[in-house]
Design a protein around this ligand. Structure first.
Ligand code: GAL
Length: 722
């Protein structure tokens, strides 16, 4: 039977290529996921991570059952990996975003073995996404997990559950591939629901290494929906004669997802306008090496905080932990292969095809994924290459459409969905259907959390305008904005500090005003949102004052007060945003408007739903900072040496509003078995910032304290357990 040993702890690392027989003294201990470098400052030079590292891991091989094969499986390493076992080269892998494995049976022995991995993070022009200029940093290292796998020679290679007729008479087919075939093989497939109850079992003899299991009709299947993302597990056991030789469990869901020729997207037969953001997988300080908890947090932020129903994994296959969470919470995914504008030579294209193959084989069981991106983002047409990528995707997964992101409308349409980055104002008239907008705003309007208010409001409204137009356009299936989070980039892009300030949130995943536009589109049953898009000042805008005042809310009416003077009740601004579910509110004071120097008082905004007050926001006209708000989504961590919590810190007024120009220096102290990752002291930008706290391998309580000047100290407690 299959035996899996996670190999994430007890690695030894050196930021240099050391000989295989280098002394232990040349290494430092690390845990995976690992970045080849930690970055202490926000401005990162790509030269900083472009070097070869040596990772070394000693592992014990138990008594291997006679004839078992041993594999080492890498979930992903950036960018080129060369792997040795006991001093013998076992393989090389080029590419940073898909998994790879090497069979090491003949190189291992019972007892102690040594795995050495050289990870070269150099931006090699021979390996996607490189060869041209790339607007993001890739970072480097063994940044995803590694597993030692022992299997019988006859083992399961892949399981692809394909739900059938989910809206009428749900059934299940499952494509299976075995490493080898021999007479007398049999499989038993058990379908279990989320509670672990077996709801169907199917058995069959196996007549070849690749075959399809067909379950009889299934009863009582619950659909995977955005509101109730029900998941099932298919556990396939392989028997040789009467002996179980392998078992593999695959989680999936029953749902139908269709980009229809009528231009709309349908989930389970119901039209759904796609509303989302692009996500890069990089973070401050840790590069791309975020553990499972932070990956899941990004999905949660996109779904629950920003109210998105779709995310695009721009511009590469992302962490399985991220995708698993998208399955669990009901967040649709457009996943694409690695690349950015540049198509390399035949060898490069072959690597891209291998990546695409690995991505689809890895991910086709995820119900969240509804579209494969089979073009290099924004590359020119290349019919031969893109006919090959489309054919490959369709052969590996006949259940999902292909898309491929381009910038020009007359590009050859070889995919199933025309996916367009649509940056000009307005929306471009689709040439074909289905048509999905995959990027907008981004570099057209970079915006920092500490920019002046007019810019931050305009940034939010540019997102609102595009979504308004796309929602009103019957031939557009939806739109995915650029982008969720600010990100590190090369010097050819960005704001001079190697950062693209294109996020609706900053790099720490803390909101800009644009985040509140997204959030305000949520159903009030999920969360009532009321956020005045202002610092409420007299002198931050050109000419002074606050005219007009924009409020993002999903209430049906609002009331605005300045001090004790009512400014009136307002309805959503349907005149300018007729197609949004929840148009912003726009308060315009009549001209001539010149409040400069007049008495200035607190702002109060009340939100009503069906005539009842359901929300209130107040902003202090004095802008007096009263507290350091220290908070986290993750108060419980695992004592595995890799788990991390994001600890956010914001300077707030007496009503809890973030004060964006409070450029404080915050000092953290951590007491207990955890390490702080990040700048300390930390300069707050836009009145906010964050650090990461990483668990060690000892359980216990960890206290994090934050201080800044005269503000009272804040603290939070994390619980770290096995
Ligand atoms: C697009 C590109 C993205 C990002 C964006 C900035 O052209 O696909 O990766 O660079 O522009 O707006």
């Amino acid at each position: 039977m299959r035996i899996l040993h996670p190999l994430n702890q007890d690695w030894w690392f050196a930021p240099v290529a050391l000989p295989l027989d280098a002394s232990d003294d040349d290494f430092t201990p690390v845990t995976l996921p690992h970045s080849n470098k930690l970055f202490t400052r926000l401005s990162v030079d790509n030269a900083d991570y472009q070097f070869v590292s040596t990772y070394r891991r000693c592992f014990m091989l138990p008594e291997v059952t006679a004839g078992q094969q041993v594999f080492v499986d890498f979930d992903g390493a950036l960018l080129v990996s060369t792997v040795y076992v006991n001093g013998v080269l076992v393989g090389e892998h080029k590419g940073g975003y898909t998994p790879f494995s090497f069979e090491i049976t003949r190189h291992v022995r019972v007892g102690e073995n040594m795995l050495t991995v050289y990870v070269d993070a150099t931006e090699s022009p021979d390996v996607p996404p490189f060869g041209g200029q790339v607007d993001y940093l890739t970072f480097g290292g063994l940044y995803r997990e590694v597993t030692l796998r022992m299997v019988d020679p006859c083992h399961i290679v892949s399981v692809f559950p394909r739900p059938q007729n989910v809206l009428t008479a749900p059934g299940l087919e499952c494509d299976m591939r075995l490493a080898e075939w021999s007479d007398g093989l049999r499989v038993e497939a058990a379908l279990t629901d989320a509670q672990g109850q077996v709801i169907a079992v199917h058995q069959t003899t196996v007549s070849s290494a690749a075959f399809t299991l067909t379950f009889p009709a299934l009863d009582g299947i619950a659909l995977w929906t955005l509101e109730q993302p029900t998941l099932y597990t298919l556990t396939v056991t392989l028997y040789a004669s009467a002996k179980a030789v392998d078992q593999l469990a695959t989680r999936f869901g029953f749902r139908s997802a269709e980009f229809s020729p009528d231009g709309q997207f349908y989930l389970n037969g119901q039209p759904l306008k796609l509303f989302g953001l692009n996500r890069h997988q990089t973070y401050p300080y840790i590069g791309a090496a975020a553990p499972a908890r932070l990956q899941a947090l990004d999905a949660d932020i996109l779904k629950f905080e920003l109210g998105c129903n779709i995310v695009r994994t721009s511009h590469y296959p992302q962490s399985p932990h991220f995708l698993n969470r998208c399955d669990e919470i009901g967040l649709l995914v457009f996943e694409e292969l690695a690349g950015w504008q540049h198509i390399g030579d035949a060898t490069w294209q072959q690597l891209a095809l291998c990546d695409l193959h690995a991505m689809i084989e890895r991910d086709r069981h995820h119900p969240a994924i509804i579209l494969w991106g089979v073009r290099i983002n924004e590359s020119p047409d290349n019919d031969a290459f893109y006919q090959a990528t489309n054919a490959l995707a369709r052969s590996l997964d006949p259940t999902r459409p292909t898309g491929g992101v381009r910038t020009f409308l007359d590009s050859h349409f070889l995919e199933d969905v025309f996916t367009l980055n649509d940056f000009p104002p307005g929306v471009q008239q689709p040439r074909v259907r289905p048509h999905l907008v995959t990027e907008f705003v981004g570099h057209m309007f970079p915006t920092k959390t500490w920019d002046h208010e007019e810019r931050r409001v305009e940034h939010a409204l540019q997102h609102a305008r595009k979504h308004n137009l796309q929602r009103g356009h019957p031939d557009i299936a939806g739109a995915i904005g650029w982008c969720a989070f600010d990100y590190h980039t090369h010097k050819e892009f960005g704001s001079g500090d190697r950062i693209c300030y294109h996020g609706v949130m900053d790099m720490y995943r803390l909101p800009k005003l644009a985040a509140y536009f997204y959030r305000s589109q949520k159903d009030p049953a999920a969360e009532i949102v009321l956020h005045a898009a202002t610092n409420w000042t007299m002198g931050d805008r050109n000419g002074g004052g606050n005219n007009p005042l924009t409020i993002f809310s999903n209430c049906d009416e609002i009331e605005v007060w300045i001090g004790d003077e009512a400014q009136g009740r307002l309805r959503p601004d349907v005149e300018h945003y007729p197609h949004l579910t929840h148009p912003p509110f726009t308060l315009r004071w009549p001209e001539p408007y010149n409040p400069w120097g007049t008495r200035f008082r607190d702002l109060t905004v009340r939100g009503y739903l069906n005539g009842a007050v359901v929300a209130e926001q107040k902003i202090d006209a004095g802008h007096v900072p009263v507290a350091l708000r220290l908070w986290t989504h993750n108060e419980c961590l695992r004592a595995d040496g890799a788990d991390m919590a994001r600890i956010a810190v914001q300077v707030v007024d007496k009503y809890g509003n973030v004060l964006p120009y409070q450029t404080r220096l915050v000092t953290f102290t951590v007491t207990g078995e955890a390490d702080l990752i990040g700048a300390n002291p930390l300069v707050l930008l836009g009145g906010q910032g964050a650090c990461f706290v990483k668990a060690r391998r000892t359980s216990g309580q960890v206290i994090i304290r934050a201080t800044a000047d005269d503000l009272p100290e804040s603290q939070i407690t994390l619980n770290i357990s096995d």
